[in-house]
Write a protein that binds this ligand. Structure first.
Ligand SMILES: Nc1ncnc2c1ncn2[C@@H]1O[C@H](COP(=O)(O)OP(=O)(O)O)[C@@H](O)[C@H]1O
Ligand SMILES: [Mg+2]
Length: 349
């Protein structure tokens, strides 16, 4: 690991590993601050390439290409958390750190880390072979949008799901009959400054985020507790950048940590319209070593994802008063996030 990089002044270049919609929105936010982005992605036509000053097409195990990319950037960050931690270590300095990635890439390590901070999660245990019990079997690594997860009721179902996951190391997690889901999106600067957004309430359909709404049904005390959870996690990781903490809000009001995303998050897209400084600009500020911006919310908002062919309604959506975001993905696939719409309160048609 090299020394901490200098503060990136306007005109400098932020390297972003991953070229999806998150990278695209990061690059757009960076541009507003006079910063350039250089995107690294294996994809041929990555959504972020279209809006960035530079891009490199390469795989995440091509160390020579990654090192060349890192040399061309003043600081490197990522929008895709499955870049191998060893790679991050090799090309450092990267924000958030390789140590953070090591923890958040593995559900067992992540939940153990959260519990060690005195924060609650659903009960969980390792599964590396035949096991009994019920709940949700999840692969420890590489899951997203519900991939690598199965609801299981007994030993037979665990065995079947485990086989479907090619015997990858798993955890068995207790099923939480939550009242609703929420998330905290927060930022920590290089100087340790902390800023959290108002936690949205999140509705998932088929394990994919459908809608995020602010304000949520959380009480003021729960909002404070949620922000405190994010702060404890961020401080313990010596985190730099934006992170999201997904929460289950139990029927008795307890907040359980579901997972940590070491990056900007889909449930924070509404911050573009409803806050002076969006999660994307906040992340850029943090990794560039700039002061964090004001995370306060000036409007109530609802964000809805456009998934798969829902994006075909773009013309109608463009006319109905929401802020339409399209990610520039040429191919529509079922379950693929193609765009989103944010409505500010009062403008919903
Ligand atoms: N233990 C659980 N109890 C109830 N619902 C769960 C549980 N774990 C996951 N889910 C549901 O599945 C969604 C996706 O699971 P999550 O663990 O966040 O994985 P992913 O990495 O796919 O987002 C959650 O947001 C929640 O709706
Ligand atoms: Mg999740």
């Amino acid at each position: 690991m090299s020394a901490a990089p200098a503060i990136v002044p306007p005109g400098g270049t932020i390297g972003i590993l991953g070229g999806g919609q998150l990278g695209r929105m990061l690059a757009l936010a960076a541009a507003r601050l006079g910063l350039k982005c250089h995107i690294y992605s294996p994809e041929e036509d990555a959504p972020a390439f279209q809006v960035a000053a530079a891009h490199t097409r390469g795989s995440f195990d091509d160390i020579a290409a990654l090192e060349g990319f890192a040399r061309a950037c003043d600081v490197v960050t990522f929008e895709f958390e499955n870049v191998p931690a060893e790679t991050i270590e090799r090309i450092g300095p990267v924000f958030p750190s390789a140590a953070t990635l090591r923890i958040t890439q593995d559900r067992f390590e992540e939940k153990s880390f959260v519990n060690a901070l005195g924060l609650k999660t659903a009960p969980f245990r390792k599964v590396d072979g035949p096991a009994d019990g019920s709940g949700i079997l999840k692969t420890r690594r590489l899951g997203y949008d519900g991939k690598g997860q199965a609801k299981v009721a007994d030993a037979r179902e665990i065995a079947a799901a485990y086989a479907r996951f090619h015997s990858a190391p798993c955890i068995l997690e207790g099923f939480v009959d939550f009242a609703f889901e929420a998330s905290v999106i927060a930022a920590r600067g290089r100087d340790g400054a902390f800023a959290a957004y108002d936690p949205p309430e999140n509705l998932h359909e088929n394990h994919i985020l459908r809608r995020s709404t602010v304000p949520s049904r959380l009480s003021a005390a729960q909002v404070a507790e949620a922000k405190d959870i994010a702060r404890k996690i961020a401080d313990a990781l010596d985190y730099v950048g934006v992170l999201a903490v997904e929460l289950f809000v139990a029927r008795d009001g307890q907040l359980l940590v579901n997972e940590i995303a070491p990056r900007v998050h889909n449930s924070g897209h509404w911050t573009i319209e409803a806050c002076a400084i969006s999660q994307f600009e906040q992340h850029i500020r943090a990794v560039a070593g700039w002061p964090l911006g004001d995370a306060s919310r000036h409007s109530d908002a609802a964000m809805e994802n456009l998934i798969g062919d829902e994006v075909a309604a773009w013309r109608k959506l463009a006319a109905n008063g929401g802020a339409l975001h399209l990610y520039g993905k040429s191919e529509i696939r079922a379950g693929r996030k193609m765009g989103h719409v944010t409505w500010l309160k009062g403008s919903r048609g």
